[in-house]
Design a protein around this ligand. Structure first.
Ligand SMILES: Nc1ncnc2c1ncn2[C@@H]1O[C@H](COP(=O)(O)OP(=O)(O)O)[C@@H](O)[C@H]1O
Ligand SMILES: [Mg+2]
Length: 321
């Protein structure tokens, strides 16, 4: 079977104490192929964690079906759980246990023998920089350390499918790269990866395919290049000008090869038809204006540009800065 996971018309409605209903996940449909790294990208509040909690049996679905390995996870959650590893967004470690105990108990719960559990625990504690503090209760750990224990615990039993819900939150850059290395190693050995994130670069670099979710709806799914092909132009010239206003944007729209012009983060952005735009022409255009050019660069579009194209705003735009 090609798909390890099939999600059909999956829905989650939360009913608040005052009777208000929140439709966090609205009848979404998608499949995850066996062995792929699947990205689930969307802003805060999009419904990523709610979806993961249904896919990992932690929360019941309001409606819909989830097939894991062709078998209904909703009808048979115990079977499904044996195949799943999950790094939840919240801290769900056993705070009254040490890091080592958290790993060993988890490995044994998944049927690992004591010797193997100890060996694997040594390996992961070392990799994630936890060896020194392995005998301390996790309740004394910083957020970043606890996150590393959660990641090690989810990986230790080599699950068939590993769910990572915003796993880099609170991680130092050095541990981020260790996380990605470990994730890729597991993936090469056969584990399917399901990664949620609201950071744009992560899925772009790591994922075979990416689903974009917004307001509980799945609004796009494809490889990063397929998604980028949804927007009118892939090539963006960014110009830093000493003075920048709407009259410059209007003038830029008249330039040959410019499909769209906007101001973003204080830069004039020109969406160009050609991969190699005529920079000389752009520079002489600025010379004829009441402003000077401070910087000019060419970039290809990002997944955030795709998100803006689909929803009208950036993925981080509701972030508290
Ligand atoms: N336990 C809950 N009770 C009520 N509403 C919830 C609960 N969990 C999540 N929500 C709401 O569901 C929506 C999706 O949340 P969530 O799945 O956490 O999004 P994401 O993980 O993409 O940031 C949000 O509006 C959130 O407030
Ligand atoms: Mg979340």
């Amino acid at each position: 079977m090609n798909n390890i996971l099939e999600v059909k018309e999956l829905k989650k409605i939360f009913t608040m104490k005052n009777g208000r209903k929140i439709e966090a996940v609205k009848n979404i449909n998608f499949n995850v192929r066996r062995g792929e790294v699947f990205g689930f990208l969307g802003p805060n509040g999009a419904g990523k964690s709610t979806t993961i909690s249904m896919l990992t049996t932690q929360k019941p679905a309001t409606a819909g079906e989830i097939l894991l390995d062709g078998e209904s996870l909703i009808k048979n959650p115990a079977n499904a759980r044996r195949k799943i590893g999950v790094v939840a967004q919240h801290n769900n470690l056993d705070r009254g246990l040490t890091a080592r105990e958290n790993l060993i108990y988890h490995a044994k719960y998944f049927g690992m023998e004591t010797n193997m559990a100890n060996k694997k625990a040594d390996e992961y504690l070392e990799k994630f920089g936890l060896a020194d503090r392995q005998h301390d209760y996790v309740k004394s750990y910083s957020g970043g350390m606890a996150q590393r224990v959660k990641i090690a615990r989810a990986m230790i039993h080599t699950p068939d499918i590993l769910y990572l819900d915003e796993p880099t939150t609170g991680l130092d850059p050095s541990y981020r790269s260790i996380l990605w290395e470990q994730m890729i190693e597991l993936n090469k050995a056969g584990t399917t990866i399901f990664l949620t994130t609201h950071y744009m670069e992560e899925p772009e670099q790591l994922c075979d395919r990416i689903a974009i979710i917004n307001n509980g709806e799945l609004i796009a799914l494809g490889t990063s290049s397929e998604l980028k092909n949804m927007i009118p132009s892939n090539n963006i010239v960014s110009m830093k000008l000493s003075v920048l206003n709407d009259s410059h944007v209007e003038s830029a729209k008249e330039l040959p090869g410019v499909e769209k012009a906007t101001i973003q983060s204080g830069l004039l952005q020109l969406y160009m038809k050609d991969a190699q735009p005529d920079f000389n022409r752009l520079v002489s255009w600025v010379k004829g204006l009441d402003t000077t050019l401070q910087n000019i660069s060419l970039s290809t579009s990002t997944l955030d540009d795709v998100f803006i194209h689909l929803t009208g705003k950036g993925i981080m735009s509701n972030e508290i800065k």
